[in-house]
Design a protein around this ligand. Structure first.
Ligand code: NI
Length: 176
């Protein structure tokens, strides 16, 4: 079911979400179905459970060809529960981000270039993966939602924040 996405200003986006306990995994399939439906409907690169008002440490992400991110590298479709992120070195780079909770806007955000992330998959099995560049950026953005952090809070110069259609007038109109 497509669920409404909370927008910046809603205090539920600012909570530190709760870890999924083993006995709560029975709830996960229905949650993931709603998250996938909602992300697909809005052509998002990722979605965190708090964005649909669910206070749990669950994110999904994945990019094949996405009209919101025309130049983006592919990112595997992933379910990540109770995640941990470790930067592999101190290198960061800046890239433009958008968010379904901040519709119509883009901002330039520094993120670690190379990370290892780990957590549980939809079946509750541990896994870990190394990611870099756009993949690493998407993971850091989504996991920030679990700590109540929205990307505008990470913009280092607010002159690098604005409306997508003004910043990028040649890109197709997007539905956020
Ligand atoms: Ni977001």
């Amino acid at each position: 079911m497509i669920r409404p996405v909370l927008r910046m200003g809603d205090p539920r986006l600012l909570r530190v979400a709760k870890a999924v306990a083993p006995e709560e995994f029975a709830l996960i399939p229905a949650l993931l179905e709603d998250m996938r439906d909602t992300m697909r409907h809005l052509s998002g690169a990722g979605l965190a459970a708090p964005q649909i008002g669910v206070d749990l440490r669950v994110v999904i992400f994945g990019v094949q060809s996405n009209p919101r991110y025309p130049d983006a590298e592919a990112v595997p479709d992933t379910v990540l529960i109770n995640p941990m992120i470790e930067a592999l070195d101190a290198t960061q780079d800046s890239g433009w981000e958008g968010c379904l909770s901040v519709p119509g806007m883009r901002g330039l955000v520094p993120r670690y270039t190379r990370i290892r992330y780990s957590g549980l998959d939809a079946a509750g099995q541990k896994f870990s993966r190394i990611a870099e560049n756009f993949h690493a950026r998407v993971v850091q953005h989504e996991c920030d939602h679990l700590d109540g952090v929205l990307y505008p809070m990470r913009i280092t110069d607010l002159r690098d924040f604005g409306f997508s259609e003004v910043l990028f007038p040649d890109q197709p109109i997007e539905d956020d």
